[in-house]
Design a protein around this ligand. Structure first.
Ligand SMILES: [Zn+2]
Length: 138
């Protein structure tokens, strides 16, 4: 169904972001989006959709840091107000969480960003898009 929708020119943003968050192709939902930790495949192995046009850049780490920061600050305030824990407890709990949680979240967040860009025909995902840096006679 999604391939038919994409062929008609309308792409569902939430479906594409959900498939991307599952690290799957935003078009078919079957092919793998990443070939390594955060490297997006150039094309989908299942449907052949071109995926190299994404420009996620710094948005996924920004979103991950924003989410983790809010969770950890809330957790730290709760711990301090409820139990008055020793500061070394923060060192051995919250600091590792501040490193591990963004790393765990990044692939799903990047996949959702790529799905959003794909669904909104951003950058080169629009089939009629022509890169202004590329000469016409190539
Ligand atoms: Zn696909």
């Amino acid at each position: 169904m999604s391939v038919e929708i994409a062929a008609a020119g309308k792409r569902n943003v939430l479906d594409a972001m959900w498939r991307g968050a599952l690290c799957r192709c935003p078009n078919c939902g079957k092919g793998k989006l990443f070939r390594s930790y955060l490297k997006v495949n150039d094309t989908c192995a299942e449907c052949g959709e071109e995926l190299s046009h994404h420009r996620a850049d710094d948005l996924p780490p920004y979103i991950a840091i924003m989410i983790v920061g809010h969770v950890l600050v809330g957790l730290m305030l709760h711990m301090e107000m409820s139990w008055h824990v020793n500061p070394t407890v923060y060192l051995f709990t919250l600091v590792p969480l501040a490193v591990i949680l963004p790393l765990l979240m990044l692939p799903s967040i990047k996949g959702a960003v790529v799905g959003m860009q794909w669904a909104n025909l951003m950058h080169g995902f629009d089939r009629g898009y022509r890169d202004p840096a590329t000469p016409d006679d190539i």
